[in-house]
Each structure stands twice: as C-alpha cells, then as structure tokens.
Write a protein that binds this ligand. Sequence first.
Ligand SMILES: CC(C)(COP(=O)(O)OP(=O)(O)OC[C@H]1O[C@@H](n2cnc3c(N)ncnc32)[C@H](O)[C@@H]1OP(=O)(O)O)[C@@H](O)C(=O)NCCC(=O)NCCS
Length: 320
Amino acid sequence: MVPRDGVAVIHRVGPIEKDQIKGLARRVARQKGREPLGERLRLDLERPGSDRFTGVLWNEHGDDTLTAYCQLHRDPAAWVIETLIDPEQPAGPDGPGPPLLDAAIREIRRQGGGEVSYRLPAPTAAEESVALQAGFTPSREIHQLRVALPLSEAVIDSSPRVPVRSFRPGTDDAEWLTVNNRAFAGHPEQGNWDLDLLRERQAQPWFDPDGLLVHEEEGRMAASCWTKVHGTGDSALGEIYVISVDPDFQGRGLGRALTVAGLEHLRAQGLRTGMLYVDRSNTTARHLYASLGFSPDHVDRFYSIHVPRGDGLTPSGPIA
Ligand SMILES: CC(C)(COP(=O)(O)OP(=O)(O)OC[C@H]1O[C@@H](n2cnc3c(N)ncnc32)[C@H](O)[C@@H]1OP(=O)(O)O)[C@@H](O)C(=O)NCCC(=O)NCCS
C-alpha cells in the first residue's frame, strides 16, 4: 500500500482539512477509548497560523474520509510526530503506517531534518512494530497514573500542609516561568516555556487561576501545582497538569504538600479521579505519587530517529 495518489502535505489547516482530521481523530478515539493527539498537536490544529504545523493527509478514496494522517510539530529542539490510522485499516506493517511514516520523514528531511520524537499513546504491538521497522528506537515512556478521590485519611494526615493562594495571571507569569524552567531544566516539553506558551495555555477554556495553586516562601514563589479538569460527569478526570518545586526548595516536603493540595482542590470541585503523567525516568516523582496511592492506567511511548538533511537515517536515544 503506497500512498502516491491522495497524499497531501499541508502547512496551514483550512476548515475542510480540519473537519477531515477531526473526523479521523474521533474514529480513533472511539476505537482506543482516549483522545489520540497530544496537547501541542491539538493546539496547533486550533491555530490556523501556527508555523510549527505540518500535516500529511492520506485520502485513499478521494472523499471526505481520511485513511491515515500524520501530524508534525516543529520545536526548536526536535520534531514531535503522531499518526492516526483509520480503525478499519490494519494498524501494523501491512497497513498505511509504513508509507505514511515514510512520507512524513521525507517531508522532515525536505524541511532540513533533525531529531524526531514519534508519540504512540498506549500502543499495540502492531503499532510499535511499524515504528521499529521504520528505524525508530524506543526513547521515552510516559506513565499515566490515577488515584481515587478523596485521598485516604492516612495519606492526608501524613502529608504536610502549607499555605497556598490562587495564581494571578499577568502578575505571576514571569516568576512562575522562572520556577517552572528551573525545576524542569532539560525536560523536552516542560523545561523551556516562555510567555507566549504560558499565555496560550491561559487562553484555553479549561484554564482556571483558582486551580493553579501557588506557595511562597522567603518572599518568592517556591512551588506551584496547576490542575486541569477533563470532561464532565462520572468519567471526568482531575489532572495534576504541572507540578514544580524550585530546586532551592526541593526535598522539604513541598512536592507532597502541593500535590495533596491540588488533589483536594479537585475533590472539592466534585472530581472522583485524580490523574497525572510522569516520565518513567522521574524516580523522585514516581515514588511520591505511589506513596499518595496513584497507580498506572496506561503507558504512552516515544520512539526517536535522527533524520539528516541528506539520505540515511540514524536511530537515536536509548530508552530512559
Ligand atoms: C518531583 C517534585 C515535585 C517533588 O517535590 P519535592 O518537594 O522535591 O519532594 P518532597 O520533598 O515532597 O518529597 C516527596 C517524596 O520524594 C522523596 N524524594 C525527595 N527528593 C528525592 C530524591 N532526590 N530522590 C529520591 N526520593 C526523593 C521524599 O523522600 C519523599 O518521599 P516520602 O514522602 O516517602 O518521604 C520536585 O522534585 C520537582 O519539582 N521536580 C522537578 C519537576 C518535576 O519532575 N515535576 C513532576 C513531573 S510529573
């Protein structure tokens, strides 16, 4: 299955393509039981002028229904890509995956190459084999953890309590960015935020300054816990979206105190399930979350490859 006809590479999303992509995303979401595209890719789709966006659309039948789709997001350090395959197509090496990835890699090479990080949310073995056969190597595992709310009394009683206040948009932006970037130094998605990125998140419909808890010590921001509510009703999830403790204040119980405060805030809003994502390699955070009662729900995997400007591909990055 080689996608010669019906493949389009786009750098701006028009309303027709957006409908087609969202239609495919909905079909994949129904099949998998979760939203397929990561946050940065979803936001790129909503910003028609994003200069970080490239889409590879494969429309086998020439109608409104996409057979497969690969979205590319260009960050200064690396490309992030994700694929959507129509649930009626084979997900493995005999389906649209290999030629779609091939078309995406050719486009990345055309745009100058670089490190590529391929996100596979809760992948099946067949989906992983497509990445491996294309020369990608496993590079990261992100665990989604969940906990029932309210937390047990034993957990709450054994956790320190510290004063917190709501985030003040505008006033707190610069200080929050400093603490975030110091806490996440070197982290691929979280370590290099700027004001534009923060303001983009603050402009999202889910943003609530009361759900971003700030703790101050010695006259400065020492830690914060940013919560985000997904969905409504019984299936709603209350996420610990970003938690960061300034390195000057780490190891003193603030991470535990702020995580518990964030979960208490979510519980007070009626949430019955807390959720967060953590890198497999982040042993401190994983230890903390396990001690609060979090357990794994599923694992998202990242595969990497280095695409040079010319010919040839180099697998990159051992698994963390
Ligand atoms: C992860 C983080 C929030 C933890 O906050 P913290 O204030 O440093 O942690 P705490 O002092 O509350 O300690 C929490 C637990 O981790 C343990 N811990 C703390 N530092 C540790 C370290 N360097 N190595 C191993 N365990 C450690 C503590 O012993 C404690 O365990 P306990 O509750 O069983 O005693 C903080 O280190 C941080 O901001 N890290 C960078 C950003 C990040 O990784 N955020 C989480 C992303 S999911």
